[in-house]
Design a protein around this ligand. Structure first.
Ligand code: BEZ
Length: 252
């Protein structure tokens, strides 16, 4: 999926994405590891955290806007513009790390992405990642789907949120052995009085391509937000109903 990001707003208002990513870094075994890839590095905040752990690291992302920010913030890090599905690196690395990226890849491209990951890892190299897992944002997607239907549109789910079992099988087929897996709910506070509306505008893009004008799109978003107030607005704050899938797998 090729999204044109508002990378400044992403960095300013959605910094929780990389803040939570620190917990994913804690799953990495740094013993004897010297090289890493941050796959879908975005603005490079976690690429820098990997560099600070003493790794030589390459950040890979398909978004020109995100890479522009990453290169400005961290001029000493090497960033490559590439799709997560078909990326390649000159030499295999010890660690492939990825935070909040794999769910953007359609189900039918996941195997190809995991074979690119496997190819870029040394033997016994680690893949450590977090993505949206089964049930992620189910309240938000079902509210949007209901409002789309009410206005005569079909809502096409733009993400892939697998179960542990489903993804473990794919990792094994790609030549990796799963050593850690967790699926857990993590309700996440969204910034500001318009937190949920801003979140929908930032992340839910392709389903709106079939909506004929901006006015209709605004109506749909407003109605969905109103319908979600009862479940996702608490004590003056908006929350996103995140479910995380965290996994670690070794090549071979
Ligand atoms: C996630 O990190 O789970 C996510 C973020 C934005 C859109 C969809 C999922």
């Amino acid at each position: 999926m090729n999204i044109k990001w508002n990378a400044d707003k992403y960095t300013k208002d959605f910094s929780f994405v990389h803040q939570y990513g620190q917990g994913v870094i804690d799953l990495i075994d740094f013993n004897g590891a010297s090289s890493a890839i941050d796959l879908g590095c975005g603005n490079g905040a976690l690429t820098k955290a990997l560099l600070d752990k003493g790794l030589s690291v390459i950040g890979i992302d398909s978004s020109e806007e995100q890479l522009h920010i990453a290169r400005e913030l961290y001029p000493d890090i090497s960033f490559i513009q590439s799709d997560a599905v078909s990326f390649s690196v000159p030499d295999p690395v010890d660690i492939v790390f990825s935070n909040a990226v794999f769910h953007w890849i359609d189900r039918d491209r996941q195997e190809k992405m995991l074979s690119s990951v496997s190819r870029s890892l040394k033997k016994r190299g680690q893949l450590v990642f977090e993505m949206g897992g089964y049930g992620n944002n189910s309240l938000i997607h079902s509210a949007l789907s209901n409002v789309f239907r009410k206005h005569g549109y079909a809502y096409r789910m733009p993400f892939y949120f697998p179960t542990i079992g489903e993804y473990a099988a794919m990792l094994e087929n790609a030549g990796m052995t799963v050593t850690y897996a967790a699926l857990f709910e993590r309700p996440t506070e969204l910034k500001g009085d318009n937190g949920l509306e801003d979140w929908i505008r930032m992340f839910i893009r392709t389903p709106f391509s079939i909506v004929e004008d901006k006015e209709k799109e605004n109506t749909i978003i407003q109605e969905a937000v109103d319908n979600l107030r009862e479940s996702l607005y608490r004590d003056g704050k908006w929350y996103s109903d995140y479910v995380r899938l965290r996994m670690k797998a070794l090549k071979g």
